[in-house]
Design a protein around this ligand. Structure first.
Ligand code: G3I
Length: 517
């Protein structure tokens, strides 16, 4: 859009989107849609308002953050009636470098100040596969597999071999979705899903299932448009269809698929409701939502009955950074489901993000917040889009490093899934978001992820690994140790007195003093 019309009064009391007081200058980010091309003279109206005043009688102050393209000029006008307009105009199609400053000093803003001096050559010396490090922590690093396009039956196929070597978890990119597994009503097709499960079994890999209830990739017999109940079926009919699908699909892979995205992308992209009600969430209209909001409860209950040991996940995108309206809504929904006894084990952050826009502190805050209410928080579809150049490749490596570090250190995150193998295979055509070039050459991103996994695996952590499959009712899901000064220590040292803090699977925390003789 070239402008956003906001009705009524926009009152800004120096509160950033995390609803916390902030001394940070508000920013207006100009982010161009993928593939957008502008020409000299193009202009965008960023702000139009009836007036411009501030509490202390001053004037609005904010920063404009430019894309890393073109040369821009600002024009502010206030007319006789006080009407304020802020416009920016493209004055040259050459890149002036304006955007760099924004990205650079954003580093301290979004908590990436401890970005490592990535030494790719040094990291290349460790020719250990990614999975080795995850396995040291009893965790998982994985990738989605387009089973239709990769010959997972042939262990000598170059891509198949690379996946088996590097990853200890896989998920079907499309082959376990509703349209693939139930192409005709009541007739199930497990062929391609079985191929992936067999491949995983051959290589000691965990399998996650994606996705049971979703508005997209639903078959034509169910509805002509996943966003609505186009055949006007009754609530009872739709519930019966959903129940039959879940019982058959989860039942078929019982004990073979360890985890399911039971419900995927159920939230609307517009979560402005949280601005007025901090506990709000707004569901996206869909064929399933037309059942009523309790379609969520039923989906999780039926999946749990079909495989009581499977870990059950609520998965979504645009929910990664605490403070984002949709992230607040996602937390509200998951908390509500858990509190009313729905058998939800955790949430999945898809993480379809862009290089340079990874706020690692807010990501950590998101993961920790779910931990505090006894929910897992896993990374399910990570990819980091960028224009392909040397600087962005290094930033991409740093972002993968930071995400790996945060995820692997979190007590309640046991998996990090990348959404695809090479940049030639990504659903984000042209955005170069993955670890490998089209010829299977590892990019700096691979080494960034590698360093993040290596560093978090070698440091002995005091965290007992999350059990796989269903933790028992009062199971210890994570344990951390502190000395008597309350400082965290890496392990229970022999012959010492220390405090152990245990996070129980029901969300409670149990502390006790231990005297080690
Ligand atoms: O199989 C048909 C083929 O027969 C046909 O010739 C071809 C051309 O139309 O289409 C093929 O189906 C495509 C399918 O991928 C398999 O390649 C669909 O058109 C295409 O839309 C589908 O895209 C998938 C997309 O989900 C659909 O929403 C992507 O591969 C997949 O990476 C993407 O993954 C989703 C996650 O499931 C949920 N989170 C978001 C993520 C990205 O959209």
């Amino acid at each position: 859009h070239d402008k956003v019309i906001v009705g009524g009064n926009v009152v800004y009391y120096n509160i950033d989107e995390s609803f916390a007081e902030t001394d940070k200058m508000p920013q207006i980010h100009i982010i161009l849609k993928e593939g957008a091309t502008l020409k000299t003279g193009d202009q965008l109206t960023l702000v139009e308002s009836a007036g411009r005043s501030a509490l202390n009688g001053g004037q609005w102050q904010f920063e404009i953050r430019y894309p890393q393209a073109y040369t821009w000029e600002v024009e502010e006008t206030t007319d006789a009636e006080g009407k304020y307009t802020l416009k920016v105009r493209v004055v040259s199609e050459d890149y002036s470098g304006q955007g760099e400053a924004g990205y650079e000093d954003d580093d301290e803003d979004n908590g990436n100040e401890d970005i490592p001096q990535l030494d790719i050559e040094a990291e290349m010396a460790y020719n250990t596969p990614l999975r080795t490090y995850a396995e040291k922590n009893n965790k998982f690093v994985g990738t989605c597999v387009p089973v239709w396009n990769i010959n997972v039956d042939d262990d000598n196929d170059a891509k198949t071999k690379l996946i088996a070597e590097q990853f200890n978890m896989v998920v079907c990119e499309n082959e376990m979705k509703f349209d693939a597994t139930e192409p005709s009503q009541g007739e199930f097709d497990y062929y391609h899903g079985d191929r992936l499960v067999n491949f995983a079994n051959r290589h000691g890999m965990r399998v996650r299932g994606h996705a049971l209830v979703w508005h997209s990739q639903v078959p034509g017999w169910l509805t002509s448009d996943g966003n609505k109940n186009s055949f006007n079926r009754s609530r009872e009919e739709l519930l019966a269809i959903m129940k039959n699908h879940i019982e058959n699909v989860v039942g078929h892979w019982k004990g073979k698929v360890a985890e399911w995205d039971v419900c995927n992308e159920v939230l609307s992209d517009d979560q402005s409701a949280v601005r007025t009600d901090p506990n709000a969430y707004t569901l996206r209209p869909s064929v399933w939502q037309s059942i009523g909001e309790d379609f969520l409860d039923s989906a999780f209950v039926w999946a749990h009955r079909a495989d009581p040991d499977a870990v059950l996940i609520l998965n979504d995108y645009g929910v990664e950074f605490q403070g984002q309206a949709k992230a607040e809504a996602f937390y509200n929904l998951a908390k509500y489901l858990k509190e009313k006894g729905v058998p939800i084990d955790g949430v999945g952050l898809q993480c379809h993000l862009d290089v340079g826009n990874v706020d690692i502190n807010k990501l950590k805050a998101t993961i920790d917040r779910f931990n505090a209410i006894g929910l897992r928080c896993v990374i399910t579809e990570l990819d980091l889009g960028m224009d392909d150049n040397e600087a962005n490749r290094m930033q991409q490596a740093k972002d993968y490093y930071n995400i790996a570090r945060i995820a692997m250190e979190a007590d309640n995150c046991n998996e990090l899934m990348i959404w695809g193998l090479t940049d030639a295979m990504t659903w984000r055509g042209g955005r170069n978001p993955l670890l490998y070039d089209s010829d299977l050459t590892p990019k700096p991103a691979y080494y960034g992820l590698h360093q993040g996994l290596r560093e978090t695996s070698s440091a002995p952590t005091a965290i007992s690994p999350l059990p796989y499959g269903k933790p028992s009712a009062t199971h210890v899901v994570a344990e951390t140790y502190y000395n008597l000064q309350g400082q965290r220590i890496t392990s229970s040292a022999a012959d010492s007195i220390y405090i152990t803090s245990q996070l129980m699977s029901d969300g409670s925390v149990r502390n006790k003093k231990v005297i080690n003789r």
